[in-house]
Design a protein around this ligand. Structure first.
Ligand code: 6CS
Length: 342
C-alpha cells in the first residue's frame, strides 16, 4: 500500500515536471558595475518595464559585476548568446571595436550637457556607422548611455601635464586610453575595474579616472587624497545585445525594446546626474578629500595636449572611424549652434 502511494506520488511529480506549462522566457542582462550603480538603475528599470509590459511572460535576470567576470568576458558571453544583454564600456571594448574609442577622445564632447544628452540618445552617426561596426563584430548596439563626467583621483593635484609626469594612471583597457594619458606625459596602466582598489592601496597605480558615483561606490576616495575635475570626458557606456537573439524576437517584442530605449535614455540621464551629485556630497561628508576644479585656462592646456590623439584614433579606427569622428563633430556643432539660437 505504502509502496503504491510512493510510486503514485513520484509519478505525479514527474508528470508535473514534464508538463508543458511554459515558464517565463528568461532574458539575462549583465552589468559591469555593482548593485546601486548607474548601470544597475538602468537594468532594474528595464527589468520592471519588460516584465510589466510582457505581463510576466518575460523574466529579466540581472547579473551585477563580479558574478560573470570582467567586461571582456561579459562581452564574449553576449557574442556567444549565453546572455542576451549587457553593458559594454567603450573603454574596454576598444580593442575589439576600434571605432568605439571615439568615446575615449578627450574634449570631444560638448560642455553643454543637453547637447551631449541629445547626441547619445539619437545621433545618426552613433546609431548608423558606429552601430554597423558593432554588428560586424557580432554585437547589436541597443543604446549609448551617459554616466557622468569623469574625475581624476590621485594623491596630489593634477593641474598641468607636468603634474602627470611619471604618474601611473589606471585606465580601462582600450588602446586609445593609453595614448590619451601618454599625451599628458603620464604612465598609463590598463587594468580591469575589479583590481583598481587594491592597485591604489598597494601603490601599483597612482591614480584612476571615473565618474563620481563610481569613485564613491568602489571606495576609491578612501585610498586617494585628491579629486580633480577637468570636465574632459563624460563616461559613456553602451548597451549591447546578441544579434541573433534580437533578430529572433517577435515584432511586438522588438517594438517594445525600441520604445523602452527612448524611455530609459531619459530616465538614466536624470539618474546619473542625481547619483553623481548625491555621492559627491557623501564623499565630502565622509572623507577629507581635496577637491580641485580646473580653470578654463588649465583645461585649455590639456585640450591642446590631447589634440594629436585624434589622429591616432583615425589610425586605429580606419577610414570609417575618420568618418564617424567628422560626422560626430559636425552634429555636435550643429546642436550647439541650434541651442544658442533658441
Ligand atoms: O573603470 C571601469 O573599468 C568601469 N567604470 C565604470 C564607471 N563602469 C564600468 C567600467 O568597467
Amino acid at each position: 500500500m505504502f509502496r503504491r502511494l510512493l510510486f503514485t506520488t513520484l509519478l505525479s511529480f514527474l508528470l508535473i515536471a514534464c508538463s508543458d506549462t511554459p515558464g517565463p522566457t528568461q532574458w539575462r542582462f549583465a552589468l559591469e558595475e555593482i548593485q546601486g550603480s548607474v548601470q544597475d538603475a538602468y537594468a532594474q528599470r528595464f527589468k520592471a518595464r519588460v516584465e510589466a509590459l510582457s505581463q510576466g511572460r518575460i523574466q529579466v535576470i540581472i547579473y551585477p559585476y563580479g558574478t560573470l567576470g570582467t567586461s571582456a568576458q561579459i562581452t564574449e558571453q553576449v557574442r556567444s548568446g549565453a546572455i542576451q544583454f549587457a553593458f559594454a564600456s567603450p573603454g574596454h571594448l576598444g580593442a575589439v571595436i576600434p571605432e568605439t574609442q571615439l568615446f575615449s577622445l578627450h574634449f570631444l564632447f560638448s560642455d553643454d550637457d543637453e547637447v551631449n544628452r541629445r547626441m547619445l540618445k539619437s545621433s545618426p552617426t552613433l546609431y548608423g556607422p558606429l552601430a554597423e561596426a558593432y554588428r560586424e563584430k557580432g554585437l547589436a548596439l541597443m543604446s549609448v548611455v551617459p554616466e557622468g563626467w569623469m574625475v581624476w583621483t590621485g594623491n596630489r593635484p593634477l593641474r598641468t601635464p607636468e603634474d602627470f609626469r611619471g604618474f601611473k594612471m589606471r585606465t580601462m583597457v582600450s588602446p586609445l586610453l593609453v595614448e590619451a594619458y601618454k599625451a599628458y606625459g603620464a604612465s598609463p596602466t590598463p587594468m580591469p575595474y575589479s583590481e583598481v582598489y587594491s592597485g591604489l592601496q598597494l601603490n601599483l597605480i597612482d591614480g584612476q579616472v571615473n565618474p563620481v558615483f563610481a569613485i564613491e561606490e568602489m571606495s576609491f576616495h578612501e585610498v586617494q587624497t585628491t579629486m580633480i575635475f577637468p570636465r574632459h570626458l563624460p563616461f559613456v557606456a553602451t548597451v549591447i545585445a546578441n544579434p541573433a537573439f534580437v533578430a529572433g524576437l517577435a515584432p511586438e517584442e522588438r517594438a517594445m525594446l525600441a520604445e523602452l530605449k527612448e524611455e530609459l535614455d531619459d530616465y538614466i540621464f536624470e539618474v546619473q546626474e542625481r547619483y553623481n551629485r548625491e555621492r559627491l556630497e557623501k564623499i565630502r561628508g565622509a572623507a577629507d578629500v581635496e577637491m580641485v576644479t580646473l580653470a578654463p585656462a588649465q583645461r585649455a592646456v590639456f585640450r591642446r595636449a590631447s589634440e594629436p590623439v585624434r589622429e591616432r584614433y583615425v589610425e586605429l579606427a580606419g577610414e570609417r572611424g575618420g568618418r564617424i569622428l567628422e560626422a560626430f563633430i559636425a552634429e555636435r556643432t550643429a546642436l550647439e549652434h541650434a541651442g544658442k539660437s533658441d
